[in-house]
Design a protein around this ligand. Sequence first.
Ligand SMILES: [Zn+2]
Ligand SMILES: [Zn+2]
Length: 432
Amino acid sequence: MKILAAALALPALALAADLEALTRAEMPSLLALYQELHANPELSLHEVETAARIASELRAAGFDVTEKVGGQGLVGVLKNGNGPVIMVRTDLDALPVKEQTGLPYASTRTVKDEQGREVHVMHACGHDVHMACFIGAARVLARTRDTWRGTLVFIGQHAEERVLGARLMLRAGLFSKFPKPGHALALHCSADMAHGTVGIVEGYALANVDTLEIVVKGVGGHGSMPHLARDPVLLASQIVVALQSIVSREVRPGDPAVVTVGSIHGGTKSNIIPDEVRLQLTLRSYRAETRAHLIESIRRIVKAQAESARMPAEKMPEVHVSDDQAPALYNQPELCARVRRALLPVLGEAGVLAREPVMGAEDFAEYGLTKEKVPLCMFWLGTQAPETVAKASAEGRTLPSLHSPFFHPVPEPTISTGVKAMSAAVLDLMGK
Ligand SMILES: [Zn+2]
Ligand SMILES: [Zn+2]
């Protein structure tokens, strides 16, 4: 039995050793690429230099690259005989955040945003790490092509932070003009996991995200004569409180949902009753029915509250649901199980963690929602020194989150783990 186990483990061990050596050889140039990307971040829909850089790296690795797919998106294809078609996705964009990490390669870049305001730009969501891992995996897979058969579709997706890029690339023919993937993979930095580890969430991993604005109208007047006015400040306050009953009283316990009113603005002065108050909300859910329920309930409650405040028909509040809607990410359990099995020999038991779902958003979800129903798996990539994670957890502190100006991954071990993990997952799906 012992001899058999050793014999069975041998190919896996050989693969792990090969991946280790291949990845190590790429690390100096991947670290340089990472620092260059980190120092030169670009906002969503403006990833011109980033996309060109990633396209040229993919071409150098042997991929056939098409640029400007649905905007700044790019698609690299590597055909290597008959076999599965596997898609790997990286995102390209950064955020309007002023970096405060103090790193030597910190971003000092500023640009004009769409309103013409000067804003700082930072890779505060780790998309620069994603790109370095993506290029590393592309090189490793191209270099090992005599060991697998099939087609790699490596896509650089723009505008993830605006949850637009995936939709734009799909609309531009990602699944019709390029080989249609049988599976799609992506990774995302985790701000609170140790480097050297990856985390997998089976099933719903990230949430439906909706942004709503409620315009609460009123009839303005003098603060001393409230009986002649219809006060939208009081009505808005009642709406905020009433909305809290949706999750607590209407949604089935155990079905995750969030209704947060994150902004309330109205009025100018203590003795004036204004004629308008604006509320901004974020909604989170996993199931499509729950999402629809939240929006429907908000409309119902808002209207009923306005009626009970004697608001005239023409002063009913307006509920605007933004088009910038992100669908929930569903990690297909069978694919997750396969990825997990592929990663174990490379990262070890301690390196592959089961993680809880969170209610953030990622438009990678879109690739699984077309008629092709492509199975998806996006896994988390640890970015922090294990001692930092242990210390923060012992002290009950949270580490700087994604999108924080202080978020900084430890590049070398993070990227090398990402390259090995992504390469191992793809090789497994290719039948190797
Ligand atoms: Zn982000
Ligand atoms: Zn992100």
